[in-house]
Design a protein around this ligand. Structure first.
Ligand code: NAP
Length: 556
């Protein structure tokens, strides 16, 4: 029987997931909840990633909450893709509109969460203040929030300025007249490099793996298009929720394998011109399965790089090799390739000649050559998906540490819960579609489903819910089987944990696709929550009677 707790739920993180979870639990289920957030404001990813050019690669009109029609209608985005400060402003607006601030504690990092099997409660400790007890813990920690700085020898000796794109200072960083080195060529670097190049006197980009990069084609959205979208709230919502990736994009029936080069050009050129994820998530489905199909798409993209980059040697270096297109996150650019046509911008291949260390004055490569800088930007990514969970000491039944349970890779049911960790939920956690989708769409679905599960507990008078080991084993196996049928495991990517030395090579997200995954969750709920076990009798949530719990509430 659960004892009284400080709050019904502790939510870790005040990004998209944490804010909506708080609204749902408090304003709709009538529970008490406290959000604990490491940053000094709301925003999650968008609080920390303030590097030059940071913006979402999702079109603005689908990058936001859809649970409240009025909210969706009243917010105006200024461009096709929302910029970091605009997304932060949007989330601040959401927090104010639903009166979320009183229940958020900022500048506080959760350090541990421990489950007490006698009381069916969690104790959540932080780096400040006294621990909180709760019946539910919701890890709204983000998939890409644990930043990764490689352990380069001598890194602490560098005398210039050092920055990580995922922990950018709040004040403006001025690179004017400076010699700058950028390490990494993922989505963050692709956005930052063109803007850093505008200021720096000299810019060197260290590339280990070239990326396939497609134009963003950003800019203001024409008024008639905006208006048409405003009129189609329900249609857009329905389509993105039931789509493959949370966008209004559909994969083609005809494969690349059976298409001629001319046919491929006719399909891909308009998508290239339109910009965005059309080539990646809205063209040939067979390129994810057949290398022969993938090669035909690669040919188109390689030609584009050669067209954009003046120096043939630099172009060759920028052409990705050795892995299929689409199996590594496809960054969108606004002038990335063209930046390498500028005389003060240099590209250095650190696959052939890796970085051997950082010196007091710059970056040293294995061949002994040294590059001197006033500033180094680490655009070196994240310990994705499991990293944010691993950094908290999460102890479930029998005191088992979650990161030890996940030592060979995450083990979950639906990417929502892990057996032995009752009432602990992850929003867009590993083994859910998450990063293979437009995040807000998956976040809404997960938050709604978690709220439904918590409502179900009350309905049953149960104290806790968790997956059965059998259902979890089956989901882990299904997840791997889905990935192994594709080309994804053939690429060294953060999807595979390959960017972090020593991390097990396991495909981290889930490839069910957004719509079918949603349908699967709904089927499981209808089927008496098949695969989940409810246990313990509850006197009901500590602060409310059951009727009150299930009463929808008007937002305060
Ligand atoms: P990332 O894609 O993981 O890129 C990190 C870069 O650092 C890679 O080029 C990597 O090379 C390089 N690197 C890592 N360790 C290195 C080492 N020891 N030596 C040399 N190079 C090294 O990280 P990110 O660019 O921050 O992006 C992460 C994810 O965040 C994206 O994939 C995306 O999902 C999300 N994101 C989204 C947006 C957006 O929506 N606009 C923007 C930024 C980020 P390898 O490729 O060889 O590992």
């Amino acid at each position: 029987m659960p004892s009284r707790t400080d709050v019904d739920a502790v939510i870790i993180g005040a990004g998209f997931s944490g804010l909506y979870m708080l609204h749902k639990l408090r304003n709709q289920l009538g529970l008490t909840a406290r959000v604990v957030e490491a940053g000094g404001g709301v925003g999650g990813t968008w609080y920390w990633n303030r590097y030059p050019g940071a913006r979402s690669d999702s079109d603005s009109y689908v990058y936001g909450f859809t649970f409240d029609e009025q909210l969706w209608r009243e917010w105006e985005w200024s461009e096709r893709y929302p910029e970091q400060h605009e997304i932060r402003a949007y989330l601040e607006h959401v927090a104010q509109r639903f009166d979320l601030y009183p229940d958020i504690t900022f500048d506080t990092r959760v350090t541990s969460a421990t489950f007490d099997e006698n009381t069916d409660t969690w104790t959540v400790s932080t780096d400040s203040g006294k621990p909180l007890t709760a019946r539910f813990v919701i890890a709204a920690v983000g998939a890409l929030s644990a930043s990764n700085t490689p352990k380069f020898a001598g890194i602490e000796t560098f005398r210039g300025e050092s920055y990580h794109t995922g922990h950018w200072p709040h004040e403006r960083v001025d690179f004017t007249g400076k010699r700058v080195g950028v390490i990494g060529t993922g989505a963050s670097a692709v956005q930052a490099v063109p803007l850093i190049a505008q200021e720096a006197a000299d810019l060197t980009v260290f590339q280990r793996t070239a990326n396939y990069i497609i134009p963003a084609n950003n800019g203001p959205v024409p008024e008639p298009v905006r208006e048409e979208r405003k009129q189609d709230y329900a249609g857009i919502r329905e389509r993105i929720q039931n789509s493959a990736f949370g966008f209004e994009l559909t994969l083609l029936e005809k494969g690349a394998a059976e298409s001629t080069d001319e046919e491929i050009d006719a399909v891909l050129q308009p998508r290239w011109d339109a910009g965005g994820f059309g080539i990646w998530l809205g063209s040939y489905v067979d390129m994810f399965f057949l290398d022969e199909a993938n090669a035909k798409v690669r040919r188109f993209l390689h030609d584009k790089i050669r067209e954009k980059v003046d120096d043939p040697e630099t172009a060759e270096l920028l052409i990705p090799k050795g892995y299929p297109f689409g199996c590594k996150r496809n960054p969108l650019d606004s002038g990335y390739y063209e930046t390498f046509n500028l005389p003060h911008v240099h590209l250095v291949d650190v696959q052939a000649n890796p970085i051997s260390g950082i010196t007091p004055s710059g970056v040293r490569l294995r061949d002994g050559s040294e590059h001197e800088f006033d500033a180094i930007v680490y655009a070196t990514g994240f310990d994705a998906m499991t990293g944010p969970m691993d950094r908290i000491d999460i102890r479930g039944r029998g005191g088992e540490l979650l990161r030890e349970k996940w030592a060979e890779g995450p083990r979950t049911l639906l990417g929502l819960m892990s057996a032995g960790y009752p009432n602990l939920f992850t929003i867009t956690g590993p083994q859910s579609p998450s990063v293979l989708s437009n995040m807000p769409v998956s976040i809404e679905q997960h938050v709604d489903f978690v709220a439904k599960m918590i409502g179900e507990l009350a309905e049953r008078g149960a104290a806790s819910i968790e997956p059965t080991r059998e259902a979890e084993d089956a989901w882990v196996a299904e997840n791997q089987a889905l990935a192994e049928a594709t080309l994804f495991p053939t690429a060294d990517t953060w999807y595979m944990g390959a960017n972090i030395p020593g991390k097990p090579r396991v495909f981290l997200p889930n490839l069910s696709f957004v719509g079918p995954y949603r349908a699967k969750c709904d089927r499981i709920a209808e089927n008496d929550y098949e695969g989940f076990a409810f246990s313990g009798a509850s006197a009901g949530p500590p602060h409310h009677d059951r009727e009150q719990l299930l009463q929808p509430r008007v937002p305060r």
